[in-house]
Design a protein around this ligand. Structure first.
Ligand SMILES: C[S@@+](CC[C@H](N)C(=O)[O-])C[C@H]1O[C@@H](n2cnc3c(N)ncnc32)[C@H](O)[C@@H]1O
Length: 263
């Protein structure tokens, strides 16, 4: 749950509201589709831009405009990763090691993280570089706005959305990532047999995620409709999860699959 005066960064810190420009973006409960990537400025342009960051940007941080300019979207990810592997995406990597550890544990995939906080993105890039990983990249943009333009339908192996900002106030609920339109988009982008994994400590948001995703016809709830999963698909705790477990909070896990056989 978010506290009223969160620190601006760090695993223990819930997230501040996005800047005004992002708040105005139509990602609300309305049926409106997420904004196109072309409308989404690369967030954090004022973030660290020293020589080391420029180096990592070339190596591990992808450039949204360059990706969109790629005339051959089918080859976009094999070019960006330098290898043709199934794509796994985490939205909101935060200060967590989840994607880094999963990419080490299951290296046969390409791992793309989205994080719009410049500080968290920077820390993530530092960890990736320190571990010498080659199958992981970051996009410092709003995933809700960029995914549709960037990712081909039916092409994603897995999405991970771990402790998304719960936006507990009623008037802020429209900023939540999991909305009917986003759920439909994620289902469309997943490959047959693809997986969507979510976790939350917020009982109300978790219940809403269950309702929205159970109501998305393209998703099969692997725990059965109306039920949370007994355990997450990958038992790698995120930064927020470690904190919440120490506080004794219950963690709600959701595991979905897009029916069909993976190619
Ligand atoms: C509550 S934190 C959780 C971080 C991490 N997954 C964990 O469990 O420790 C949510 C993170 O998602 C990022 N985020 C939220 N919505 C996003 C979006 N649409 N695109 C990119 N990043 C997003 C926030 O900046 C924040 O770092």
């Amino acid at each position: 749950m978010q506290s009223p005066s969160p620190p601006r960064d760090g695993p223990a810190g819930p997230d501040p509201p996005p800047p005004e420009s992002r708040r105005e973006r139509p990602v609300g409960e309305s049926a409106a589709a997420p904004a196109l990537a072309a409308d989404v400025p690369e967030i954090g342009r004022k973030g660290r831009r020293g020589p080391r960051h420029r180096l990592m940007r070339g190596e591990f941080e992808l450039d949204l405009s360059a990706l969109l300019a790629d005339g051959d979207p089918a080859a976009r990810w094999s070019r960006a990763f330098g290898a043709d592997r199934p794509l796994r995406i985490e939205i909101g990597v935060g200060n967590s090691d989840f994607l880094v550890r999963l990419s080490e544990r299951e290296p046969a995939f390409s791992y793309l993280g989205f994080e719009y906080s410049p500080k968290r993105a920077w820390k993530f890039l530092k960890r990736v570089k320190a571990r010498g990983l080659t199958n992981i990249r970051l996009l410092r943009v709003d995933a809700a706005g960029a995914l549709e333009a960037l990712v081909a339908p039916g092409s994603v192996d897995s999405f991970f959305i771990l402790f998304p900002d719960p936006w507990p106030k009623h008037r802020h609920a429209k900023h939540r990532l999991i909305q009917p339109a986003t759920a439909a988009l994620l289902a469309r982008l997943l490959a047959p047999g693809g997986r969507l994994s979510l976790r939350s400590d917020d009982p109300r948001y978790a219940a809403r995620m269950l309702e929205v995703l159970d109501g998305t016809p393209e998703f099969e709830n692997l725990a059965g409709k109306g039920r949370f999963a007994a355990a997450p698909r990958h038992e790698i705790p995120t930064a927020y999860e470690v904190k919440y477990r120490l506080e004794g909070r219950a963690i709600h896990c959701l595991e979905y699959r897009k029916p069909g056989r993976s190619p």
